[in-house]
Design a protein around this ligand. Structure first.
Ligand code: NAP
Ligand code: ZN
Length: 355
């Protein structure tokens, strides 16, 4: 292909295959494209859901699948019309690499709700055909509108997860007005949950972390939680009944959300960002009794993602990461399923050179 070059990557060949070393095509930069050498890529639980085709009903996985949408790297080349970036800049790419640019959502800066989005992986690739390939790779080429500036003071390995886990927790907290004096709950202390704790703490709220892992208690307090509740303890849960303004649910697996709805005060809101494979059962009474609401949230638009990164720069916020070589990715997936990660795996992509 004359309009493309080869890149190294890790891909899965089927929903039951492990990720293995592969070669993929990337397009040569066109007018508004930025070519990026990928330095770090976070491992989001969505990568695991997608690789294993757990969201088959909504987004069936096309194989081979190269996941990864928490990308940080260095610009290596720019197209002639690129104005925001130059070679050498540190940049980020999240879950979106294109949209139609013209719909009301795009015009409102909410590109994630565009009816024709191009996600970073497993979306139709308008340039090369087939599907897009994500960040478990040594390079990527992206339209400059979908490329973010990284504040200079931030550590790059810990910044990669901000591109998904960061914006996914920042955006609903901004939308629901999380602020000083409010009581905010975060359910689940994984990649998203630990960013939810950091942001709600930074916004000045009283933060309560709900976990199924008693061993994460101390760490949660260090991350900024004011209280930690082990959610399997019904008495401890009951003490908080009817008291929360806002709860962010980041749980990746089946669980009872009614126990959390019951903790909301009048007009309180629970926002789901976790995306379990199967539908969750909702008790009508849990919602009716105090005019509570239940809603969802999907990543964030490009402008808000930049706002979040700049906020992190000002407040020196990054994810707590365990940096791994790409060769450990399958082991990391197994550990993710056991909630055994503190609190995000970040792949050092230099390791791909040896693959
Ligand atoms: P993660 O790091 O695996 O964290 C999930 C956490 O949920 C675990 O650490 C665990 O916390 C808790 N958990 C797991 N299984 C549970 C169970 N059976 N019952 C109760 N709690 C359980 O995953 P993540 O990367 O943060 O992603 C979380 C979810 O958000 C995934 O479904 C992912 O696909 C989704 N997501 C959504 C968006 C969006 O835009 N809406 C963006 C990114 C990711 P404890 O050990 O503390 O209990
Ligand atoms: Zn993600």
């Amino acid at each position: 292909m004359h309009n493309a070059y080869t890149a190294k990557a890790y891909s899965a060949a089927s929903e039951t295959s492990p990720l293995t070393s592969d070669t993929i095509m990337r397009r040569n930069t066109t007018e508004r494209d930025v070519q990026i050498e990928i330095l770090f890529c976070g491992i989001c639980h969505s990568d695991l859901h997608q690789v294993r085709n757990e969201w088959g009903e909504f987004m069936p996985t096309v194989y081979p699948c190269v996941p990864g949408h928490e990308i940080v790297g260095k610009v290596t080349k720019v197209g002639p019309a690129v104005s925001k970036f130059k070679p050498g800049d540190h940049v980020g790419v999240g879950c979106l690499v294109d949209s139609d640019h013209t719909c009301p959502n795009c015009e409102a800066g909410l590109e994630q709700f565009c009816p024709n989005p191009t996600f970073t992986y497993n979306s139709p690739d308008k340039h090369l055909g087939g599907v897009t390939f994500g960040g478990y790779s040594d390079s990527i080429v992206v339209d400059e509108h979908f490329v973010l500036r990284i504040p200079e003071n931030l550590d790059l390995a810990g910044t990669a997860p901000l591109l998904c886990a960061g914006i996914t927790t920042y955006s609903p907290m901004r939308r629901w007005g999380v602020t000083k004096g409010q009581k905010v709950g975060v359910v689940g202390l994984g990649g998203l949950g630990h960013m939810g704790v950091k942001f709600s703490h930074a916004f000045g709220a009283h933060v309560v972390l709900f976990t199924t892992s008693p061993g994460k208690k101390e760490a949660a307090l260090e991350l900024g939680a004011d209280e930690v509740v082990v959610s399997r303890n019904a008495d401890e849960m009951q003490k908080h009944a009817g008291s929360f303004d806002f709860i962010l649910d980041t749980v990746s697996a089946d669980h009872d959300i009614n126990t959390y709805l019951n903790l909301l005060r009048r007009d309180g809101n629970l926002t789901l960002v976790g995306a379990p494979e199967k539908p969750l059962a909702v008790s009508a009474f849990a919602l009716l009794m105090r005019r509570r609401s239940l809603s969802g949230s999907l990543i964030g638009g490009l402008a808000e993602t930049q706002e979040m990164l700049d906020f992190c720069g000002e407040h020196n916020i990054t994810a707590d990461v365990e940096v791994i070589p790409i060769q450990k990715v399958n082991e990391a997936y197994d550990r993710l399923l056991k909630s055994d990660v503190r609190y995000r795996f970040s792949i050092d992509m230099a390791s791909l050179k040896a693959a």
